[in-house]
Design a protein around this ligand. Structure first.
Ligand code: PEP
Ligand code: MN
Length: 339
């Protein structure tokens, strides 16, 4: 970190700051400028309460140099992480893009298996579907629970698709881990640190969705919790954030893709379904995500969106998905990737 002193600070103030820095186990290096003096602290400050130095007399501000995350950061691991998912070890974060598709919620066995075959045929490697649904309204459909997980496992058996499904609560961690290939942590739970650690302890791949009002730093620190707990296989997922805009359900900030690539080695996929809230926007935003450098997409697909129990307005049909996959292949080629 760099401690910037106020102009007019005396030698005693600078010495005091240097002493505080040395007390933290860091080395203090004083740089005297024409107007301002700064004290550079040399060493790893990430697990220290460095902000406290700001309350010392005549300190103007404290500027951290290292990102607060360690194991999620590119500084610590320069090579990109490739996560392998499902029975066919599909790659997320490699040259090939990972396309994950399926209904918002698991509704019934026949419909799920039909969708699974359709998206597999179109080139998907993962099947999404919530068995436990985090609904804003307590009277809305809450998901089929373990029955839904069983349907997902059956669909995997028939198609070889990796099952991606949400873990909502610690009490279900063993059950969901038994059926899922990837544990999804939803936007509402990104700050639920106990759940993050419980998911990490399973050692399974975890798809971490960004909290709808979380900063990039908070997002990566949440990933850090999962990695520290035991799963190095974290897939980040941008699913849109809350803004003042109302023509979309969420605003999809694709600039997070280059930002994540710069800051972290973890792969990132985009969810253009929650990210827009409207089926007609999903194809364009999917292509834009690939062009921005995303490692994959997670898309809501339903055979009969008009009658979907959840998120019908943002679900595309299997036909639209197949067309999207063909278009996505061309954009991927332009980006030196494949599908
Ligand atoms: C979902 O994937 O259906 C879902 C509920 O996602 P999010 O947590 O991003 O809202
Ligand atoms: Mn949904």
């Amino acid at each position: 970190m760099i401690v910037v002193m106020k102009s007019g600070s005396q030698q005693t103030h600078v010495d005091h700051v240097a002493e505080l820095i040395e007390q933290l186990g860091l080395k203090a290096h004083v740089i005297v400028g024409t107007d301002r003096t700064v004290v550079a602290a040399i060493g790893d400050e990430r697990d220290m309460e460095i902000g406290a130095v700001e309350s010392a007399p005549m300190v103007d501000r404290v500027v951290p140099i290292l990102a607060p995350y360690k194991v999620a950061s590119r500084e610590v691991k320069p090579d990109p992480t490739v996560v392998h998912i499902g029975p066919n070890n599909a790659e997320v974060g490699g040259e090939k893009l990972a396309m994950i598709a399926g209904p918002c919620s698991v509704e019934d066995e026949t419909k799920l298996i039909e969708i699974a075959h359709a998206v597999k045929e179109a080139g998907a490697v993962g099947l999404r579907g919530g068995a436990f649904k985090p609904r804003t309204n307590p009277y809305s459909f809450q998901g089929l629970g373990e029955t839904g997980l069983k349907y997902l496992a059956k669909a995997r058996e028939q198609t070889g698709l990796a099952v991606v499904t949400e873990l909502m609560s610690i009490e279900h961690v063993d059950m969901v881990a038994e059926y899922a290939d990837v544990l999804q942590i939803g936007t509402r739970n990104m700050h639920n640190f106990n759940l993050l650690m419980a998911a990490g302890k399973t050692g399974k791949p975890v798809m971490l969705k960004r909290g709808w009002s979380a900063t990039l730093e908070e997002f990566l620190l949440a990933a850090e919790y999962i990695i520290k707990a035991g799963s190095t296989d974290v897939i980040l997922c941008e699913r849109g954030i809350r803004t003042h805009e109302s023509y979309v359900r969420n605003t999809l900030p694709l600039a997070i893709v280059p930002a994540v690539k710069r800051e972290s080695h973890l792969p990132i996929v985009i969810d253009p379904s929650q990210g827009t809230g409207h089926a007609y926007m999903v194809p364009s935003m999917s292509l834009a995500s690939i062009a921005a450098g995303a490692d994959g997409l997670i898309i809501e697909v339903h055979a009969d969106p008009e009658h979907a129990l959840t998120d019908g307005a943002q679900s595309i049909t299997p036909e639209t998905f197949a067309k999207l996959m063909a278009d996505a292949g061309r954009v991927a080629t332009a980006m030196d990737r494949s599908i």
